[in-house]
Design a protein around this ligand. Structure first.
Ligand code: RP5
Length: 164
C-alpha cells in the first residue's frame, strides 16, 4: 500500500495532527510524520515534496496555522493529492489558516478540510488509497457502518430521554 505523509508546519500543531495519525494507525495505513515549514525550512520542504512519489507516498496531509502556505507549497512541488488542514492559532480563530490553505489558484488543487479537521483529513486520505485497495475499502465501509450505528443508538437514547 502507498504511504501517507503527514507534515506539520511546527511541532505545536501536533495536538491537532494526532487526530489524523490515530485514525491512520487504526486503519493500519502506513504513514510517516515530519515537521517541515514552507517558511522556516523551505528547501527541505520542497526537497521532500519533490521526492515523495519516489519514496512510496500516495497522498500528503499538510497541517499548518497562521499564514498557512505549507499545503500550497507542497502542491507546487508534488503532483500527489494534497490534503490541507488549517490549524487554529490564538489570534484569528484559524480563519487566517483556512483562507491561506483553501484559496489555491487554478491548476494547484489542495483538498482543504475544516479548521482543525485532522480526522477528516485522515479519512479522506484513506478514501483515496482505498480506490485501488479493496481491503482498505471494506475496512472503510465497516467504519462508516459503525459510525452510523452509533448515531442511531444515540437517536434511540434521546427519544427515550424525551419520551412523554
Ligand atoms: C505555522 O505557524 C505552524 O504550522 C504553526 O501552526 C504556527 C505557529 O508555529 P510555532 O510558532 O508554534 O512554531 O507555520
Amino acid at each position: 500500500m502507498k504511504k501517507v505523509a503527514v507534515i506539520m508546519g511546527s511541532d505545536s500543531d501536533l495536538p491537532v495532527v494526532k487526530k489524523a495519525t490515530d485514525i491512520l494507525a487504526e486503519f493500519s495505513v502506513p504513514f510517516e510524520v515530519r515537521v517541515l515549514s514552507a517558511h522556516r525550512t523551505p528547501v527541505e520542504a520542497a526537497e521532500f515534496a519533490r521526492s515523495a512519489r519516489e519514496l512510496g507516498f500516495g497522498v500528503m496531509i499538510c497541517a499548518a496555522g497562521m499564514a498557512a502556505h505549507l499545503a500550497g507549497a507542497f502542491a507546487a512541488n508534488c503532483s500527489l493529492p494534497i490534503i490541507g488542514i488549517p490549524v487554529k492559532s490564538k489570534y484569528l480563530d484559524g480563519v487566517d489558516a483556512l483562507l491561506s490553505t483553501v484559496q489555491m489558484p487554478t491548476g494547484m488543487p489542495v483538498a482543504t478540510v475544516a479548521i482543525d479537521g485532522a480526522a477528516n483529513a485522515a479519512l479522506l486520505s484513506i478514501q483515496m488509497l482505498a480506490i485501488a485497495d479493496e481491503d482498505l475499502s471494506r475496512k472503510y465501509d465497516e467504519y462508516r457502518k459503525k459510525a452510523t450505528a452509533k448515531v442511531l443508538e444515540k437517536d434511540i437514547a434521546i427519544q427515550k430521554e424525551f419520551a412523554n
